[in-house]
Ligand binder design. Sequence first.
Ligand SMILES: NS(=O)(=O)c1ccc(C(=O)O)c(S(=O)(=O)NCCc2ccccc2)c1
Ligand SMILES: [Zn+2]
Length: 262
Amino acid sequence: ACSSKYVLSQVHPMWQGPLAVPGGDRQSPVDIVVRASVFDSELKPLVNNYDPDTCQQIWNNGYSFLVEYDDTTDKSTLKGGPLQDKFRLCQFHFHWGESNAWGSEHTVDRKLFPAELHLVHWNSDKYSLFEEAVMEDNGLAVIGVFLKVGKRHEGLQKLVDALPAIRHKDSVVEFNRFDPACLLPSNTDDYWTYHGSLTTPPLTESVTWIIMKQHIEVSHDQLAVFRSLLFTSAEEDVQKSMVNNFRVQQPLCGRTVRSSFS
Ligand SMILES: NS(=O)(=O)c1ccc(C(=O)O)c(S(=O)(=O)NCCc2ccccc2)c1
Ligand SMILES: [Zn+2]
């Protein structure tokens, strides 16, 4: 039962209605219409090289929880796929719903998944700081992985066990030796890719999105722990559970989604 202090309201004002950027014609997320995606044989397999030792902390930033990596050197990198340059991993986070019926940001033929993982990387060949890259056309590369409810994900459990310690907004705990590669599906050769934006403010159109065709499975209980997080800080009178922290799909505006598989 919720005590009076923990009256949980489900929908956080920030997420009500689409946050459209005036004039933005490369916004994310989008619905991936499989039949309209174009196979591109030039698309290469992804090459990720993550060093678990660069994992630093996990924190609740008031709309998701982020696992942050030391991106001061090229230790955890992504290249290949649709990318021309080398990108450094800076953080990963998730988006999820209040129920298993929805929660993902991207959809596939309008199919919603209960959650979506985003691994955020920035172009370290062209820029020296994330803050610079985030404002540039080819500055960021985000890998998206859909989550489905099924068997327990052993690799995720270490992360789930850390969440009670960051229940409130702005709480941080040290988090080490986590290899984000364990969250990738077994097949990373099949993906869709398109040019879009951050799905959170400042919504800059600097992202090469790489959406995995194969999903990963997590257990119902693991996802329930995501929903036990709060949007609100410990001081606030009314606590709001962190759910539905996804942006609504945006218009494609003539963009083509390419596929690495036929
Ligand atoms: N869904 S998404 O991949 O687009 C995304 C979501 C959240 C964040 C974040 O900063 O929390 C990010 S972020 O790490 O790219 N930061 C964006 C906000 C930001 C801009 C400039 C400097 C610091 C933070 C991305
Ligand atoms: Zn995201």
